[in-house]
Design a binder for this molecule. Structure first.
Ligand SMILES: [Ca+2]
Length: 284
């Protein structure tokens, strides 16, 4: 619908979300090396049987014969399916059979493909604070960060959860909560630094960050060790809940870097939290 100058409405496009096909020029060839996410709102009024067992596409740009492109759709009984073609292989993941797309109700469905990470790299030492203290990290200045900030707490006292990572390396879910009432709370400041490493692999670093939103004074940064230049950084979003930040430093593969956690803020929300810092480290 669009509203004309005289306030009348004119229908330009009819789309009921179930029986209408809309064709649009796609983004062209898919480059799966960087991963992809596709999402769609769907409201099936019925579960279709499907022809020859093929999924019913809801959004797709694919060539089944060439095994290229993607398809996000439904199988029988409303089971959600995502297919991705790699030329030689067709990968498929399906939703749980007992969790079909709801009939007659709009649902948001998203599928993400993360390409395999390089395997011939090491991890940043103590990247997840699994020892329960600041082993492997150095307090460069200030008092805001100490062993007391490394915690497995899932809530901060009046809410939660943090949603920190619980990984194979750190099943207990340790994280660096930058707020410590016994060390001055938000008023304290400090700089914390990881072990220096040589960036390897694909040069893509990811980590969890949360708390104060102040890119100048509260951040986790990738710093070039030789000259202290900040190559990339991320601040919080004014919530204690972690979010995953991905930093593409492929232009700096081979550089010696360290991770720096910086708190130069002393007012409300004057702290920064960090967890699960994943750096592809070149093997020496
Ligand atoms: Ca502070």
């Amino acid at each position: 619908m669009r509203r004309l100058v005289d306030a009348a409405q004119q229908q330009d496009l009819y789309f009921d979300g179930c029986s209408t096909v809309v064709t649009a020029k796609g983004p062209g060839g898919l480059d799966l090396a960087g991963g992809m996410t596709v999402d769609v709102w769907i409201a099936p009024y019925a579960y279709e049987h499907g022809i020859d067992g093929k999924p019913q596409a809801r959004v797709n740009q694919h060539d089944p014969g060439a095994r290229t492109g993607f398809l996000l759709g439904l199988r029988r009984f409303g089971q959600i399916v995502f297919q991705l073609g790699f030329g030689t292989d067709l990968a498929e993941v399906t939703g749980a059979p007992d969790r079909p797309a709801a009939k007659g109700r709009w649902s948001h469905v998203a599928a993400t493909y993360d390409p395999p990470r390089p395997a011939d790299v090491d991890a940043l030492p103590h990247h997840d604070f699994a020892t329960g203290d600041l082993t492997g990290w150095t307090v460069v200045s200030g008092t805001a960060f100490s062993d007391a900030n490394v915690t497995t707490r899932t809530d901060w006292g009046w809410g939660g959860p943090f949603y920190q990572a619980e990984t194979q390396d750190d099943p207990a879910g340790h994280h660096l909560w930058g707020f410590s009432p016994s060390a001055g709370g938000d008023g304290a400041t400090a700089v914390l630094r990881s072990t220096p490493v040589v960036l390897g692999g694909d040069g893509v670093i990811d980590l969890l960050v949360s708390a104060g939103d102040d890119p100048d004074r509260l951040y986790a940064a990738v710093v070039r060790a030789d000259d202290g230049k900040v190559l990339a950084k991320a601040t919080g979003r004014g919530t204690e809940q972690y979010r995953r930040v991905v930093l593409d430093l492929s232009a700096h593969i081979g550089d010696r870097i360290h991770i720096e956690v910086v708190d130069r803020a002393d007012g409300g929300w004057g702290h920064i939290n960090v967890a699960d810092v994943n750096v592809p480290v070149r093997r020496s």
